[in-house]
Design a protein around this ligand. Structure first.
Ligand code: SIN
Length: 303
């Protein structure tokens, strides 16, 4: 019997498969499709201090092997998430959650972290400093090592829960940012968020997306994710949640060999609502195929 469990900062997951924030709502929406308790964890919709309507439409552009989104962190705000969404999710999902938070200032990150710290359901706080679709926050913290470190320090100071910083690939050297947040007490890294991309409509001769650019995700970015996870694994001593174009059990194994302790599935949920279930069910057989008895033993195995 293959052991596909893994551990993140002392939290044992039955398996490493986690739906990525922004691709799985608040989780309960998928309970109509299958028993979501099979998931290793859930990273729920990115939450900000205030409610956000999001960016103007169109927000999505289809691409070969992926899509561009410019959602703009649409969410009902931290009060409603904590008081309504998470209690509703608790009826369906009984395991520790990953709370994905975003901000436009250090105070907003602090507020969201404090609110999530008080929620028993939350096991890990995932701090998004990598959203490419908003101005004055998100990615502007994630592309500068000092700014990234200041977010890590701020969040670290207001919670005892593990803090994972979600990094952008839109930088020259992602290891510099990873080392900076580790130095300020980050417990782990989530990576990679989307690559900045753009499509132009040949008929209108204008950008497809109202905001012009957006975050490119999907299978096309998988090799970039694999490369960056490999690099960051060598640069830091904290666990990595890997993501970027994952759509199969083989992809999960590959990112774990690169250095991921767990793996998030993002864009594939939009194509196939059963994607995470399919991957979890396929993992034992895939492990057997590659001679793996205990999945966690292979973390960083490619180094
Ligand atoms: C969005 O809501 O714009 C996507 C979130 C992200 O890319 O971090």
């Amino acid at each position: 019997m293959v052991d596909i469990s893994t551990t993140l900062s002392g939290i044992k997951l039955d398996n490493p498969v986690i739906p990525a924030s922004g691709t799985f709502g608040f989780g309960y929406e998928f309970a109509d499709y299958y028993d979501i308790n099979i998931l290793g964890s859930i990273s729920f919709k990115g939450t900000t201090a205030e409610p956000r309507f999001g960016n103007p439409t169109p927000r999505i552009a289809e691409c070969t092997e992926g899509l561009i989104n410019s959602v703009g962190l649409q969410n009902p705000g931290v009060e409603k998430v904590v008081n309504e969404e998470l209690p509703h999710l608790a009826k369906f999902y009984k395991k520790p959650l990953i709370a994905n938070i975003s901000g436009f200032s250090l105070d907003e990150y602090k507020l969201c972290a404090e609110k999530m710290d008080a929620v028993d359901q939350v096991g890990i706080i995932e701090v998004n400093i990598s959203c490419p679709n908003v101005h004055g926050g998100g990615i502007s913290f994630g592309t500068n090592a000092a700014a990234a470190a200041s977010v890590a320090k701020t969040v670290r100071s207001v919670t005892n829960k593990p803090v994972y910083i979600k990094l952008t690939p839109n930088v020259t050297d992602i290891t510099e940012i990873a080392r900076a947040v580790e130095a300020e007490g980050a417990d782990g890294i989530s990576m990679i968020n989307t690559l900045l991309g753009m499509r132009i409509n040949l008929k209108t001769k204008k950008p497809v997306i109202a905001n012009k650019m957006g975050g490119f995700s999907g299978p096309a970015i998988f090799p970039v994710a694999c490369r960056m996870i490999y690099q960051v694994y060598e640069a830091v001593n904290i666990p990595i949640i890997g993501m970027g174009g994952v759509r199969s059990a083989d992809d999960v194994i590959e990112l774990m060999l690169a250095g991921a302790s767990a793996v998030q599935v993002g864009a594939e949920n939009l194509v196939n609502p059963y994607a995470c279930k399919d991957i979890i069910e396929a993992l034992p057989e895939a492990c057997e195929k590659y001679g793996i008895n205990k999945l966690s033993d292979i973390i960083g195995g490619a180094h």
